[in-house]
Design a binder for this molecule. Structure first.
Ligand code: MTE
Ligand code: MO
Length: 200
């Protein structure tokens, strides 16, 4: 199968494309349902809750006071496009965890997005240094369709775990399947193992 946006993979990049994926230079937009309403940042807030010592809620202005980092990573959509060297700026997830202090039994993180979309990952996945709560892509604020004002960036998993229009983070002792995980996608979602679909 050939896609119109497909790019031939140069030899030196071959080992960065997981099995069954094709390379694109474009930045496709993918999500379930309609774009959420464009948010008024004055009303926007970010909630950190669940099994933590210190739950908290931040305004946009407060969120932007948190420490910032930049990361460049490759993204892989389960619909088979991969894009290399995407550059993001945002708050490291690990900083949120540091402030919230998850209880010792916490093993999972649930990202909560606008309109009820969720995605779930093990705490160890979220604690990787490249896991960001990002407001910027390629040096510019996120566009509406890519998650303005804030999205998760989760390294090492298919891109559906990277919730756009992020509004909160929940720490949990138990795993709770997110939107796509309930709808047939593989909970583990490792592109290198082609963990696309669940068996159930
Ligand atoms: N809130 C929300 N985030 C979401 C989705 C969604 O449906 N809703 N889809 C996911 C999927 S399947 C992919 S591939 C990426 C796509 O991000 P992009 O549109 O910025 O390329 O967003 C993910 N984040
Ligand atoms: Mo996707």
């Amino acid at each position: 199968m050939t896609f119109p946006w497909q790019k031939r993979v140069p030899d030196e990049l071959k080992d960065r494309i997981p099995p069954g994926q094709v390379l694109t230079d474009k930045f496709p937009v993918l999500h379930f349902g309609r774009l959420p309403e464009y948010p008024d940042l004055g009303d926007w807030d970010f909630r950190v809750f669940g099994e933590v010592e210190t739950p908290f809620t931040l305004s946009w202005a407060e969120f932007r006071q948190l420490p910032v980092t930049t990361r460049t990573l490759d993204i892989h959509c389960v619909t088979r496009w991969s894009k290399l060297d995407t550059a993001w700026e945002g708050v490291p997830f690990s900083h949120i965890a540091e402030v919230a202090q998850p209880r010792p039994a916490v093993r999972f993180v649930i990202f909560h997005a606008e309109g009820g979309y969720t995605s779930n990952v093990p705490l160890t996945t979220a604690m990787q240094p490249a896991c960001l709560l990002a407001w910027s892509y390629d040096g510019q604020p996120l566009t509406a369709e890519h998650g303005y004002p804030l999205r998760a960036i989760v390294p090492g998993t298919y891109f559906w775990k990277s919730a756009k229009w992020l509004r909160g983070i929940e720490f949990s002792t138990e795993d709770r399947l997110g939107f796509w995980e309930r709808n047939g996608y593989n909970n583990n979602a490792d592109p290198w193992k082609e963990e696309r679909y669940s068996d159930g």
